[in-house]
Design a protein around this ligand. Structure first.
Ligand SMILES: [Zn+2]
Length: 603
């Protein structure tokens, strides 16, 4: 599906690039970006010159306040070196936008990559230090200097990693919802430069900040105060060059690929140039590309049909909640209210963001920077939204994305056009297939509103407990069965799925297919023929037909809150009673057969 979207986008962008003077300014922008990305002659000639102003800013750091300011200059250009910062919904008052700050600063996928000391982790750490040194040599350092700097940079990242929360801790909204006033932050963590952050041109007025990980900010503050300025300069220079490497000449791009794709994910070769530029443009100019994509490629029947499926599945979910035996009446009433308030966005946004302030040129790096800087202020999570009301029309991923999400603070789910395609959805297909695939996804996103994280938000998206103590305890008991089930899945010899890290997704997978099945059974297609159940359950696993390379699987098991695809199928189907009825040849004693008492009943 992703390849098909890339082909579609390529056609659009090549057309735009071939028409330099379009009457439509958006088309001109699309063409300019694509042409600059394909112009490897100019990219080779420019070298690092497209970053010279930022490199000079780093070189000029001569004080602690200068250091904080430089980190913020880089942040504004889309190269946030030590944390992520954007406008988000205040989880304690879901009608207003506040700035949000999230831990960052690492070049490896997660803190544990720095802290583990098994042989394989040490190999990755060594490979990473070598990668850093090679990037620095490409940037002009001697190999001796580069090796020394690589040690400095790695040590700096290790210090930041030690202050990071773990991925499992980051799944706990109680732990990650910390709202501070600007004055409190100035007082507690002065080295970060809050006043400068709040005064970024284009930002809305900042009074309170949502800090996901106060412990990280404390660690960062301490490093900003104590680590030698020269070490910071070495670190910032590397972080900038490494993040911009995919947009430089082939030597930088290949080095970036060798570590981030080959070492970590086992990818043997780069995609062709056009596909890399399409991916960059689609990411950096998301809605601009999306608007052109939607005009060309969306089937007019899609929105209505998918909305019908959403309503059918929501109706089924409501009935199932009403009939749950483990939940009391008051919690049920609140759950059903939340479900009734749950919104859906299908295919594409009704309003498109304005790109009139964006100016592009013939330089790829300059265009990447312009797009990042524009989105930092004006994008879906841009700082201009801070202090204002929440705009329910905003999409956080563009329509050409093959994915979907549930947003707990908005209590809504979003299904971009690109995911509403065969084999997940086809307006002309057997409804059993559409329910088994897209229906599973819709049920999955819906269940996120009631997984171990989502259940902590109320119908308006506020982090507010609406459960009785007894019902919460019942829910947690049911979770334990699911955690144990997934902990036992062995992805590679000796490497097991983390049942706690993947819990929310596993709850959503299980609830999702259950809802989709029962909603489909109420349709004419599902009720007419008992033999159709077999068709449904054989179709469902097609949603997760994926081949993973070993390195990729290893990295995903350590970092991805989703279970590997094979277990997204096996973990779910063998918990569903109707699956055993539909496929009676599966019997007790078979390898994946689960006894009735091992099968949790959740949603
Ligand atoms: Zn999910």
């Amino acid at each position: 599906m992703r390849d098909r979207v890339d082909d579609d986008l390529r056609a659009l962008l090549e057309d735009a690039a071939a028409a330099p003077e379009s009457a439509d300014r958006n088309v001109t922008l699309l063409g300019e970006f694509y042409r600059s990305g394909m112009d490897t002659g100019t990219i080779d000639r420019e070298g690092l010159s497209g970053l010279s102003d930022l490199l000079a800013t780093i070189d000029a750091i001569d004080s602690r306040s200068g250091l904080a300011n430089a980190t913020i200059v880089l942040l504004e250009q889309g190269f946030g070196p030590v944390y992520y910062y954007w406008a988000g919904v205040n989880p304690e008052n879901s009608t207003v936008m506040v700035p949000a700050l999230y831990q960052g600063g690492l070049g490896l996928p997660d803190r544990d990559y720095y802290l583990r000391n098994d042989t394989e982790s040490i190999e990755i750490q060594d490979a990473y230090r070598e990668h850093i040194a090679r990037v620095l040599v490409l940037a002009g350092e001697s190999s001796k200097e580069a090796a020394a700097d690589a040690r400095t940079i790695y040590a700096m990242e290790e210090g930041l990693a030690a202050a990071h929360l773990t991925q499992e801790e980051n799944r706990d909204p109680q732990k990650t919802t910390n709202i501070y006033s600007l004055a409190e932050l100035e007082e507690r963590y002065p080295a970060v430069g809050w006043e400068t952050l709040a005064a970024i041109p284009g930002s809305g007025p900042v009074s309170r900040v949502h800090v996901y990980q106060p412990g990280y900010v404390e660690g960062l503050d301490s490093l900003l105060k104590t680590a030698p300025l020269e070490d910071w300069k070495v670190y910032l220079r590397y972080r900038l060059i490494d993040q911009a490497s995919p947009y430089f000449d082939a030597s930088f791009e290949e080095e970036h690929f060798a570590f981030y794709e080959t070492t970590l994910y086992g990818v043997p070769e780069m995609k062709p140039r056009w596909q890399r530029v399409v991916a960059a443009e689609s990411e950096l100019l998301g809605d601009l590309v999306g608007q052109a994509y939607v005009a060309e490629y969306v089937d007019p029947r899609t929105r209505g049909m998918v909305s019908g499926m959403f309503l059918a599945i929501r109706g089924t979910c409501d009935e199932r909640i009403a009939n749950l035996t483990w939940m009391g009446d008051s919690t049920k009433a609140a759950a059903r209210e939340k479900l009734a308030a749950m919104g859906e966005k299908i295919a594409y946004p009704d309003q498109w963001p304005d790109y009139s302030g964006l100016n592009l040129s013939g330089s790829y790096v300059a265009n990447v920077r312009a797009a990042k800087a524009h989105s930092f202020i004006h994008g879906p999570e841009g700082l201009e939204k801070i202090g204002g009301p929440v705009d329910r029309g905003v999409w956080f991923i563009p329509p050409q994305t093959v994915n979907a999400y549930y947003d707990p603070t908005g209590n809504e789910m979003v299904f971009p056009a690109a995911v509403l395609q065969p084999p997940i959805f086809d307006p002309d297909a057997d409804p059993a297939l559409n329910y088994a695939a897209l229906g599973w996804l819709i049920g999955h996103e819906m269940t996120h509103g009631f997984d171990d994280q989502g259940r902590q938000y109320d119908k308006d998206g506020n982090l507010k407990d609406w459960w009785t103590e007894g019902d919460a305890a019942n829910f947690n008991d049911r979770m334990a069965l699911l955690v144990a089930e997934y902990n036992a899945f062995e992805a590679l010899p000796g490497l097991y799925v983390n049942g706690n890290l993947t819990l929310g997704e596993n709850i959503a997978d299980f609830g999702g297919l259950t809802m989709a099945y029962h909603a489909w059974k109420k349709t004419e297609n599902g009720s007419a023929d008992p033999a159709a159940d077999r068709r449904f359950f054989l179709a469902a696993p097609r949603l997760w037909r994926v081949n993973d390379r070993e390195d990729s699987l290893r990295t995903l098991v350590r970092t991805d809150p989703h279970s590997p695809e094979k277990f997204r199928v096996n973990g779910v189907l063998f918990n569903i009673p109707e699956f055993y009825e539909a496929i009676p040849e599966i019997q007790p004693g078979d390898a994946l057969y689960r006894d009735v008492e091992e099968r949790p009943v959740i949603w």
